[in-house]
Design a protein around this ligand. Structure first.
Ligand code: TXA
Ligand code: MG
Length: 359
């Protein structure tokens, strides 16, 4: 047995119906967290890989299982707004307003950390990311564990975030103690992150809670300029350390084609026909509106432009599906318009390594 084999864990898999479950079904997983173990669990955004947020050893295990650099801080998940006062200090009025408005929900707030939060959880920073997820299993798991749960997305670092338990198994089986299968997530992309530690409130990561949603509650906020750009351009550094790493990437080469939809369809057809003729397996990310317009390659509809939430919900799943069939080149339509455009394009651009062709 080589070393790697010896280190393999037995991962317990447990299915739980998020609409009908008994609290007792989460007792075992809660104990795992309390005793320093790692449990993957569903939230409304993506699956999380949870450990005790106040235990630096648990944080180390999380980084190790994901293969994630330990300067990339974790989000602390809570089940009750009152936890804010324990985990953070100097909490601005705006934070309270946003918590009241959007929690439980897909919003993460960066605040100054209190002394109880170890730097092993915050990647060495003096701030802490806090979120109350809107998912009955996640909330009950936090209660059962009696802990605050630090949880990054439950994928191997660099792969698309998991939106089904199957994705977590692909990446983390044998590396963690427990996986709770609570079905498919509803949102499909990670929470909106807002930084409330400075004079200006800044969105570090766009999500389904939009800039407009937030501004309705607290007035003007800004986007971190690094959100839609390739990092390290002219010394620009993303304020959420996680944004600087290659992310969400499928194994095939993904290119986004942007422009009037007729032009986009024409260019994607030209490209995919060329690649297929050269003998490469090619994929197309289309929509319900356009899926019949593509002539070659594996065409997958990501959702409908009339219901942008469907596009967010399917994005990571589709990238993983293209990996599974071994697609070498993937061409995607562009989604910069609409309320969720920022959030969807932010993920798609990263997945494409910022390879975007304007036509
Ligand atoms: O929807 C979500 O937020 C999911 C679910 C599981 O809750 N979690 C998630 O975690 O997406 P993760 O670790 O994949 O992304 C957390 C992001 C990273 O980009 C990290 O750098 C940033 O949050 N972050 C965490 N703490 C921070 C801090 N103190 N200051 C700035 N950015 C922080
Ligand atoms: Mg992640």
């Amino acid at each position: 047995m080589d070393l790697e084999e010896k280190e393999k864990k037995h991962t317990i898999l447990k299915q739980i119906d998020k609409y009908h479950f008994d609290k007792k079904q989460l007792e075992e997983a809660g104990k795992m967290i309390k005793n320093g173990g790692l449990v993957a669990f569903p939230t409304e955004t993506v699956y999380g890989l949870g450990g005790n947020a106040l235990d630096e050893e648990a944080a180390k295990k999380i980084y190790r299982a994901k293969g994630r650099p330990s300067d990339n801080p974790l989000i602390v998940h809570i089940a009750d707004i009152s936890a804010l006062d324990e985990l953070a200090v100097d909490i601005p009025e705006n934070a309270k307003k946003l918590a009241e408005a959007f929690w439980p929900g897909p919003l993460t707030m960066i605040l100054k950390k209190s002394a109880i939060v170890p730097k092993g959880t915050t990647g060495g920073l003096d701030s802490v990311a806090i979120r109350m997820p809107n998912h009955p299993i996640a909330l009950e798991l936090i209660r059962q564990s009696g802990c605050y749960i630090a949880a990054p997305s439950a994928n191997t670092s660099g792969r698309p975030s998991p939106t089904m338990a199957k994705h977590v198994e692909e990446d983390l089986l044998g590396k963690i103690d427990y996986i709770i299968d609570g079905g498919d997530v509803s949102v499909g992309i990670e929470s909106t992150i807002v930084d409330l530690t400075g004079d200006t409130v800044i969105i570090l990561r766009p999500g389904v809670i939009t800039k407009e949603n937030i501004e309705k509650m607290i007035g003007d906020v800004e986007y971190d300029p690094a959100i839609m750009q390739k990092e390290n351009v002219e010394g620009m550094v993303a304020k959420a350390p996680g944004m600087k790493y290659k992310h969400y990437a499928p194994k095939g080469k993904l290119t986004i084609i942007k422009g009037e939809i007729e032009n986009v369809i024409r260019v994607i057809n030209e490209q995919s026909i060329k690649k297929e003729k050269e003998g490469h397996l090619t994929g197309v990310i289309a929509t319900e509106e356009t899926k019949d317009s593509y002539l070659m390659g594996v065409v997958k509809s990501i959702g409908s432009r009339k219901e942008e939430e469907t596009i967010a919900a399917n994005l990571y799943k589709i990238l993983r599906e293209f990996d599974e069939i071994g697609t070498e080149y993937i061409y995607s339509e562009s989604f910069e318009k609409g309320d969720l455009g920022q959030a969807i394009m932010n993920r798609l651009l990263k997945a494409a390594g910022y390879d975007i062709l304007e036509v």
